[in-house]
Design a protein around this ligand. Structure first.
Ligand SMILES: NC(=O)c1ccc[n+]([C@@H]2O[C@H](COP(=O)([O-])OP(=O)(O)OC[C@H]3O[C@@H](n4cnc5c(N)ncnc54)[C@H](O)[C@@H]3O)[C@@H](O)[C@H]2O)c1
Length: 453
């Protein structure tokens, strides 16, 4: 059993701390946001993550997991300190390292024993050096501090399984002491461990996220071409992705990537490259294609409806992806904003992200308890997040509820023929029938609307 402190109890920090407690360690999770710590102490999660509450409660009751508001208090007696605070995008596109710097300073001022300080936040290359130098300059006692980079690859929505069964663990270390301790900590997971230097570990994380984002923008570009040549991108993905050199994972065309990682990490990597006088053309294209996806979706909806003014649109999904309440950089939120700006009335639903979405959108959209309520009287229904529950929709029920006949399936979760069999005009992403809606279908759908009213 080791004494571990984790600073930052967000999606990464709380999962890391809780899973390390589950592995038998004594863990203190620290957050400067008192509301988060209050919630955790009262047995509530500050965000939604499947399976996490049960694990938190079990380890809390087992005396292995506790919470603190101050770094000095929470790190007392610890051998290892994980830094898992946010590294959001600054106005100039760089990663904003203010929280990392602040925590490094607090660690320096409260050193009470030798420590291994592990950077788990996603940070630009050289941040390990920055943390080491802040601690060196500000430490008030002479204990050794070893700084490690241990980037995290978990995905919100499946974070516990991703942490417990990782494809690999990356350790950027500079000393045998740090390597030995980190290997021992992760030994119970029996996962492949890649040991390298700190800068390379930092670069691995950005490379992984930039590549995944590239796959998404690539397939979105292919989907746009499919719409014009009459090919079905779903089959294109299966056909091309079956090649082991390519793979179909992350080849899902849609509204583009969002969330708290890909947009900021691709941008930060671009800034790093430019800072070294390079012109990263692929990264630039990845971001440009991504930005266009919302515009493309909005154009499809506007063209089909004629205009958006006072048109009622049901919007299914607000989270940036299913199984999370995270709406940071959510394409669904961006689309909602565009629809509102065009004058539409948006009736939105999400199984868990209504509260987080409300913080962004306020009362500019209507929030519905049930997705059939979103469809009620809607002239068009837009699938913005591919929650499983939307996949089971009853089209005949939708037909009764909706005023119009358009389904904009921006996550390609339906078979177009199922929707069309019920008289809907189906618009997907990169699907042959209607990426570009023909006039006849549009007229049919708008006629249905007149019949309804
Ligand atoms: N969310 C993901 O899926 C994911 C996956 C891999 C890596 N990451 C990276 O991990 C890092 C954390 O991401 P997240 O999504 O967990 O962030 P988050 O915003 O959910 O949580 C960060 C937490 O740090 C706390 N914090 C900030 N400054 C603090 C301080 N000085 N002392 C104590 N607490 C402080 C905040 O209050 C917040 O609760 C980021 O660098 C992110 O890029 C995130």
């Amino acid at each position: 059993m080791r004494h571990i402190a984790v600073v930052g109890t967000g999606y990464v920090g709380l999962v890391t701390g809780t899973c390390l407690a589950e592995l038998g360690n004594k863990v203190v999770c620290i957050d400067s946001d008192a509301r988060k710590v209050d919630a955790l102490e009262q047995g509530r999660l500050p965000f939604f993550e499947p399976g996490l509450l049960e694990l938190v409660l079990r380890n809390q009751h087992g005396g292995r997991l506790s919470f603190a508001r101050e770094v000095a208090e929470g790190t007392r007696g610890s051998e290892v300190i994980f830094i898992a605070v946010g590294t959001p995008m600054a106005d100039d596109g760089h990663a904003d390292l203010r929280h990392v710097r602040e925590v490094a300073m607090q660690i320096a001022r409260s050193l009470d024993s030798p420590k291994v300080v592990v950077n788990k936040s996603t940070v630009p290359v050289e941040t390990g050096d920055l943390v080491a130098s802040i601690i060196r300059e500000h430490k008030t006692s002479d204990y050794d501090v070893h700084v490690v980079s241990n980037p995290e690859f978990l995905r919100e929505g499946s974070a516990i399984a991703d942490f417990m069964k990782p494809d690999r663990i990356v350790l950027g270390v500079e000393t045998p002491v740090a390597e030995g301790l980190m290997r021992a900590l992760y030994a119970p997971l029996e996962a492949p461990i890649i040991v390298t230097d700190v800068r390379t570990a930092e670069m691995i994380k950005y490379t992984a996220n930039a590549f995944l984002a590239t796959k998404i923008s690539f397939i979105n570009e292919i989907a746009a071409i499919c719409e014009h040549v009459g090919a079905d991108v779903k089959d294109v993905v299966i056909g091309a992705g079956s090649d082991r050199r390519i793979g179909a994972a992350f080849m899902n065309p849609g509204l583009g990537f969002g969330g708290s990682c890909f947009p900021k990490d691709v941008m930060a990597l671009q800034c790093i490259a430019e800072g070294h006088g390079l012109k990263p053309r692929i990264l630039d294209a990845v971001l440009t294609v991504n930005e266009r996806q919302i515009e493309r979706a909005c154009t499809k909806i506007t063209e089909a409806l004629g205009n958006l003014k006072d048109r009622r649109v049901g919007l299914l999904g607000l989270a940036f992806k299913p199984n999370t309440d995270d709406v940071r950089e959510s394409p669904a939120i961006a689309l909602a904003e565009r629809l509102i700006a065009g004058g539409a009335t948006v009736a939105a639903h999400d199984p868990v992200a209504i509260e987080t979405a409300r913080e962004r959108l306020g009362d500019r959209v209507l929030y519905m308890n049930d997705y059939y309520e979103s469809a009620n009287d809607a002239e068009a229904l837009v699938i913005a997040t591919d929650w499983n529950e939307y996949k089971q929709v009853d089209f005949s029920m939708l037909r009764k509820l909706m005023k119009g006949r358009f389904i904009f399936d921006m996550r390609n979760i339906y078979d177009p023929s199922d929707a069309e069999a019920q008289g809907f005009v189906y618009v997907g992403v990169g699907r042959p029938r209607n990426g570009v809606i023909d006039k006849e279908s549009a007229t049919r759908a708008n006629l249905a609307e007149e019949h309804h009213s």
